[in-house]
Design a protein. Structure first.
Ligand code: BES
Ligand code: ZN
Length: 451
């Protein structure tokens, strides 16, 4: 059974209030919100926190002041007592915790979800390589953990930044770290848009992993969420290799600290809203490599945007050729909820029905062996994410696809030039044979004998 976070739906994320008496010197006080049904369990679990306080509560949600150092204990107690998972969000302030759930940014023109880039999508999808996905999952899950406060969690950010930087020599493409005030940093790769650079499409997943034991834990997080990071990494690689030029700006984001209250994504989404960044669509890839149900891809329909979800269904039918359905988490289960809360259209295609999800997550058993060693499930999500990126950014193929067309498969794709060469060779052979025979007979008829 996986360990879980606090029960119930909840709100947004953020930083410290006053420092806590008697708390770990390194820790800070957080404003969090939990489902109101989880309040008694939260009280019990936080009995040792002298500063624990219920700042506000109604029938649905309770806003609490808690010691950051107690979050893991609280999470485990909630799981033990309720036997189900929920989410919680870490807020910037009490005011933000109490703000309405979705603050729509200033209305822009409606988003056009037409599918009219088939030639670009079909040129890119064959470049997706399962071994590349596999290598990323193996590399990330080979780290001790990617906990947001650990040294290896910090190293994961650096490793990913360098990996993403290796995909291109283009100077207009940037890969940067975002500092949130703890060890792990989020990573953002930006391909600037050619004609609509102020409109942004985001594809993301979370870089952190978690298991009992925090910084000292063995938390491979192969499915949750090395699989999502590997999926978006492969999409970034192929788009850059094929020199795809998005009209809208395209960003790939590996969020820090999702497992402890969507902290990285909330901080980025809040910042984008405050700066008025026009985010036209967000795709969250969290757990893509465990086929737990009868259909392939499940579109999560809570804390997401219905119109964009419908667009994803059409993309799957047109380009992925996978089966799909809709389902829900029932709470703010991943980073899509942070974007949704800040008013941006977000979607989360998921690996299974919620009730069939990979039970090894949040334990030391979340390994590649327990998900899909062939990564064939994750490949479907990579195709979907590439199609999403190309269609929603209205991308074109650039002048110099750096990747040569794939070599012909032996015995299969024999091109017309090869057939022509074979035909010419056969004809030449037949002609020379006929000539030799005719010439030989003539010599015999004339009574000549070869020397
Ligand atoms: N990947 C999970 C979310 C998830 C788990 C979705 C199982 C669907 C099925 C995510 O990393 C996670 O663990 N989220 C937390 C909530 C978060 C707000 C701390 C959870 O589910 O407890
Ligand atoms: Zn998780």
């Amino acid at each position: 059974m996986r360990a879980c976070s606090i029960i119930g739906v909840v709100l947004a994320g953020g930083l410290a209030l006053a420092s806590s008496s008697g708390a770990d010197a390194d820790s800070e006080r957080l404003v969090i919100s939990v489902g109101a049904d989880a309040l008694p369990a939260a009280r019990l679990a936080m009995a040792g926190d002298a500063g624990f306080e219920v700042l506000a509560a109604d029938d649905e949600v309770a806003v609490l002041s808690v010691d950051e150092a107690a979050i893991d204990a609280l999470s485990e107690a909630m799981h033990a007592q309720h036997g189900r998972c929920g989410g919680f969000m870490v807020h910037d302030s009490l005011e933000e915790a109490l703000a309405p759930a979705v603050v729509r940014p200033a209305d822009g023109p409606p988003i056009d979800y037409r599918l009219d880039r088939p030639q670009v999508v079909r040129s890119v999808l064959p470049a997706i390589e399962a071994p590349q996905l596999l290598a990323t999952i193996e590399r990330l899950s080979g780290m001790k953990n990617r906990y947001y406060r650990s040294a290896s969690g910090a190293e994961a950010s650096i490793w990913l930044r360098d990996r993403w930087r290796s995909f291109t020599t283009r100077t207009d493409v940037t890969v940067e770290l975002v500092d949130h005030g703890y060890a792990q940093r989020s990573v953002i790769l930006t391909i600037p848009g050619t004609t609509r650079p102020d409109e942004v499409v985001v594809i993301g997943g979370h870089l952190d992993s978690i298991a009992p034991g925090g910084s000292n834990s063995q938390a491979p997080g192969a499915d949750d969420d090395a699989s999502g990071i590997a999926t978006l990494t492969e999409v970034a690689r192929v788009l850059l290799a094929r020199d795809v030029r998005p009209a809208r700006t395209l960003q790939f984001i590996a969020y820090a600290a999702e497992e402890v209250g969507l902290r990285g994504s909330l901080s980025i989404a809040r910042d984008y809203r405050k700066r008025g960044v026009r985010v036209v669509g967000v795709l969250q890839l969290d757990m893509t490599n465990y086929q737990g149900s009868d259909r392939d891809i499940w579109l999560i329909d809570d804390h997401t945007d219905p119109a964009q979800n419908a667009f994803l269904g059409r993309l799957i039918d047109a380009y992925v050729g996978a089966t799909w359905g809709t389902d829900r988490c029932g709470y703010a289960c991943s980073d899509h909820a942070a974007w949704h809360r800040h008013g941006f259209p977000a979607s989360m295609p998921f690996e299974a029905r919620f009730r069939n999800h990979n039970r090894a997550i949040h334990t030391h058993n979340d390994t590649l062996e327990r998900s899909d060693k062939n990564v064939s499930h994750a490949v479907k999500f990579a195709k979907l994410a590439a199609a999403f990126a190309i269609e929603l950014t209205r991308a074109e193929l650039g002048p110099s696809p750096a990747v040569a067309p794939p070599p012909p498969t032996p015995g299969a794709a024999t091109g017309p030039a090869v057939w022509l060469a074979i035909a010419v060779a056969v004809l030449a052979f037949v002609a020379s044979l006929a000539f030799a025979l005719a010439f030989g007979r003539a010599r015999v008829r004339r009574g000549g004998v070869a020397p």
